[in-house]
Ligand binder design. Structure first.
Ligand SMILES: C[S@@+](CC[C@H](N)C(=O)[O-])C[C@H]1O[C@@H](n2cnc3c(N)ncnc32)[C@H](O)[C@@H]1O
Length: 262
């Protein structure tokens, strides 16, 4: 269903493309019936996905980040991101505020915010990252509700006051960005804020030498546009030097803080 919606198809559109009734599509989606096996290649093709993915199969995979995090040290250090301080200025924790940290890595920012009195939930695709986050929280005698999830599949069902994400949104393919941000915006309380940064494409900034297969840089300004209906407190674009992978290169990043006003 997520795939169909991401492509902007109604059940009827999909049914027409597959030459079946929309009731058939509806039954597949609510699990009361399943398509014939021989239809799977056609469904996968129409939905621009794989049969594995249709069947919910995900290969067991130790992500590149699992390997990076499999050390005693903290790969990204434990100094919180500057955005955390900006969040604290805009929304000080003088009342219980709920935070969601998306792609929390080893938890440095989630733990920092929890230590400062926020009620923090955080997820990442890397199990190793989450385990280190839990250890860090324990060290500071604080609590973060950590769990493993993939930003591509995750859809918020609870409401948050602050949604934070650093260095992760480039994992979201262009065709599902609108749907994912719409869900996160919807699940934000009035006057809640989103503090997000994302790698963006610039013709004069080449792709990093150690980029992985799931690296989809955003267009410059694309993130800000998705928040056209929110109050923008910060919209900044920076270019910075990086030495990851041992080869000096540059990144361009858009940084945004936006507030849900209505
Ligand atoms: C550059 S790191 C940033 C980590 C953390 N936000 C920080 O700033 O310390 C990117 C993180 O995204 C996570 N990640 C990659 N793909 C993901 C996905 N599909 N869903 C959730 N997290 C993902 C990685 O495991 C990694 O921890």
């Amino acid at each position: 269903m997520n795939k169909r919606k991401a492509l902007g198809y109604t059940q009827q559109t999909l049914a027409d493309k597959l030459n079946v009734s929309f009731q058939a599509v509806s039954k597949w989606e609510n699990g009361t019936n399943y398509p014939e096996m021989e239809m799977l290649p056609m469904i996968a093709s129409v939905l621009d996905t794989s049969i594995d993915s249709l069947l919910g199969y995900k290969p067991f995979m130790v992500s590149d980040y699992d390997k990076r995090y499999d050390t005693a040290d903290y790969y990204w250090g434990i100094t919180p991101n500057n955005l955390c301080y900006e969040i604290m200025k805009l929304r000080p924790p003088i009342k219980p505020l709920k935070v969601l940290d998306i792609g929390c890595g080893e938890g440095k920012d989630a733990v920092f915010l929890a230590r400062n009195g926020y009620i923090v939930t955080a997820f990442d695709l890397s199990e190793a990252g989450i385990e280190k986050g839990k250890k860090l929280a324990e060290k500071w005698n604080t609590h973060v509700d950590f769990f493993k999830a993939d930003i591509t599949d995750f859809r918020a069902t609870k409401y948050y006051d602050i949604i934070f994400s650093s260095g992760v949104f480039h994992m979201i393919k262009p065709e599902i960005r609108k749907e994912i941000t719409a869900n996160l915006k919807e699940c934000t309380n009035k006057n809640g804020i989103h503090a997000i940064n994302v790698f963006v494409e610039k013709p004069f900034v080449s792709e990093p030498p150690d980029k992985d297969a799931n690296w989809f840089r955003w267009n410059s300004g694309e993130l800000f546009m998705l928040y056209y209906d929110w109050k923008l407190h910060k919209t900044e674009e920076i270019i910075f030097d990086c030495n990851s992978g041992g080869i000096p290169h540059q990144h361009c990043m858009d940084i945004m803080i936006a507030e849900r006003v209505k």
